[in-house]
Design a protein around this ligand. Structure first.
Ligand SMILES: *Cc1c(COP(=O)(O)O)cnc(C)c1O
Length: 373
């Protein structure tokens, strides 16, 4: 028996791990654009990707990324398809194929395991550190890491979405290109983008709908690209075509533009965004830590993610009860990734502090009712 009247999920209480919640004001503009983009008079779903309007969208969006991240002209800003998964392949195809020394990878969770498997198809890989034996509950500290100066590149994931682990520093050597999958924390705060040679992030966790992957890449990385890559998988073709090599997902790219305008104009940039995200994360982790072990945070404290708060309860039955009651109370997306179970509250940019306060109040209430049992 649930103590809440059955209700539909509330969009404002969407804690989904991905696709993630987007800000209300952006959803409203996106809705409007489906009927008519004001400055064009057409539905965004029927505007040509060869139109002047779309060229202006791409130019403004690219520029917004440069403003938000302080990115110089040494970097290309690309909007690609195929998700982060395609980057798992495109990166080693471009940077590892034909090389004699191994690329270096960190194995810190579910998604880096996927990246690693794809890299191994292309060449030699050295796993610098693996968290597998500790159940991916922590990240390495600097004393556990040693990097080779001969590696063609170092690859790691800034935020392991499934396990809720986040690096709060930049790794690796300055003389080896850093490649980073930032899919689940991109634009959640400043990221020192210029210390990386290649950053990729699909849109659907933190900055828009599925269908687009942002790639920021330093020009000098492409000096030695193997011959014979399929055209679609050659970054140079996308650079030359200004991300218009084939029909791009116009709608998704437009929504990301709206998100970047929101970040710049409404939020006031990435430092402000980080401050807001920190407040949300502190609320939730504070609750876990103050719960006398009723709620159990999964990640080691120093490595906790500001985006994905992963936790469990004492028994699987209690977890089932928790999920049923959150659902009945209008919360959505709180079950953990299918690979590890438990619970995960994803608190991406678009999720409000109000929603986190609601969840915290719910969790306190749940504990009061169930702690004694
Ligand atoms: C979700 C996720 C992926 C998978 O992305 P797709 O766009 O579905 O290919 C890869 N990396 C990270 C860090 C993720 O969170």
């Amino acid at each position: 028996m649930t103590r809440y009247p059955q209700m539909k999920p509330l969009n404002s209480l969407n804690f989904s791990g991905g696709p993630g919640a987007l800000p209300e004001s952006v959803l409203q503009q996106a809705q409007e654009s489906i009927i008519e983009v004001p400055e064009v008079g057409l539905s965004v779903l029927g505007i040509s990707h060869r139109s002047d309007w779309f060229a202006a969208v791409v130019t403004e969006l690219e520029n917004n990324f440069r403003i938000l991240l302080g990115l110089s002209r040494d970097y290309h800003v690309l909007f690609l398809q195929g998700g982060a998964t395609q980057q798992f392949s495109m990166v080693p195809m471009t940077l590892l194929r034909g090389k004699t020394s191994p690329a270096e990878y960190l194995h810190t969770g579910y998604w880096s395991g996927k990246a690693l498997a794809e890299a191994r198809r292309e060449g030699q890989v050295r796993v610098v550190w693996s968290g597998e034996s500790s159940g991916f509950r922590r990240l390495p500290d600097d004393a556990e890491l040693s990097f080779s100066p001969d590696a063609p590149y170092l690859h790691y994931i800034s935020n392991e979405t499934v396990e809720g682990l986040q690096f709060h520093r930049v790794l690796g050597r300055d003389d080896v290109p850093r490649v980073c999958d930032m899919s689940s924390d991109f634009l959640s705060g400043p990221c020192k983008a210029e210390r990386y040679s290649l950053i990729y992030a699909h849109a659907q966790k933190n900055i828009g709908p599925a269908g687009v992957t942002i790639v920021l890449l330093r020009d000098e990385l492409l000096q030695d690209v193997p011959v014979g890559l399929p055209g679609f998988l050659d970054y140079r073709n996308h650079i030359q075509a200004h991300s218009n090599f084939n029909t791009p997902p116009v709608f998704s790219i437009y929504v990301i533009l709206l998100i970047t305008r929101w970040l710049i104009n409404d939020i006031g940039g990435l430092t402000s965004m980080a401050r807001i995200n920190r407040i949300k994360a502190d609320l939730l982790y504070g609750l876990l830590d103050g719960s006398d072990g009723f709620y159990r945070g999964r990640a080691q404290r120093s490595d906790r993610s500001m985006m994905n708060v992963v936790f469990g309860l004492k028994t699987p039955e209690m977890e089932k009860q928790f999920l049923a009651e959150t659902q009945a109370a209008g919360f959505s997306g709180l079950s953990g990734h299918r690979a590890i179970g438990g619970m995960r509250a994803s608190i991406y940019n678009g999720l409000t502090g109000y929603a986190v306060e609601k969840l915290v109040a719910f969790m306190e209430d749940f504990q009061r009712h169930h702690a004694k049992k």
